[in-house]
Design a protein around this ligand. Sequence first.
Ligand code: FES
Ligand SMILES: [Fe+2]
Length: 348
Amino acid sequence: MGGSYFLRNHWYIAAHGFELVGKKPVKRTICDEAVVIFRGEDNNIGILSDRCPHRFAPLSTGEVCGNDIQCGYHGIRFNRDGDCTHIPGNLEVPHGFRARRYPAVERHGFVWMWMGEKEADPSLIPDFRENSDPGWAPVPGYLNIACNYQIMVDNILDLTHVVFVHKTTLAGGGVTDTPLEVKVEGDSVKAQRVMMNVDTAPIYRAARGLNGKIDRWQIFESLPPCYVKIVLGAREAGATTPLGEPVHMVLNGFTPESEKRHHYFWSTTRPWALGDKKVDELYKGMIDLAFNEDKEIVEEQQKFIDADPENSHFTNFAFDRAGQSARRILRRLIDEEQAADKKLEAAE
Ligand code: FES
Ligand SMILES: [Fe+2]
């Protein structure tokens, strides 16, 4: 597919905000581009191509200097707009000598990066406020996964797999025999599964002391190109807590690193037990374990996809509908973007 596997004119999560501390920059590859991400003393974020325009050493081998990044090889500095601000020996900056810059915004505790040529539009950043709102307790995490990001979007939009993959954490009664209700609204896929009077799940036993039968809900919203917001909840079977009220949410961002590898940024967040380290640890432990189980299986899937000489198609069942709809929407958006690019090229 080369080049056509992601939407260029959109925001991708490049880092958790907390990764950028002190003088140390973060080196990362986002959508095939090697970049350096850094936080200046003024607290603002810069993202530049990691390739220093002097002799092509990685800027990320250097350090933050004031609000600029200083290359680790010969000490040349660049500000977050990519302008060269200092050459050792105070040599004059040659015309056009600069580093490539990418628009960057820190919002909801994540660093967002714009990949496209069009003007960056901050209104397209998904609403992940529960990761930074003081009324919520976020427990964030990160995994680097060796598969195409859409395979993980499929995974998260089909929680049927929890019963088979996450036996000690998220599995529970009712999941496989309750159909997933799916509807498409604009470019977003909304799906839900509400399960009444079913066996509890280990996570609810441990975190909430729900040992008997429960009513349980999973509500999904996917937003292109690679975001899924999930509301999860449970109550004692028949209790009066309104169905759909979040007990916790999982915010998911799957940023392509390349066509066959991605960065999984996640945050599980809850509006209760704020500041309770024990509950934080419980969620962190269970979710880390569960997502590593996902990683193991999807990486194997990618290997079989790569090894298939016939490029066979997946087979889809009812519980694949949400993922399938999300794929269809993204395919259309990428095709539209490419058609618009071609038109522009032809006009030039
Ligand atoms: S390669 Fe970066 S300063 Fe020389
Ligand atoms: Fe999973």
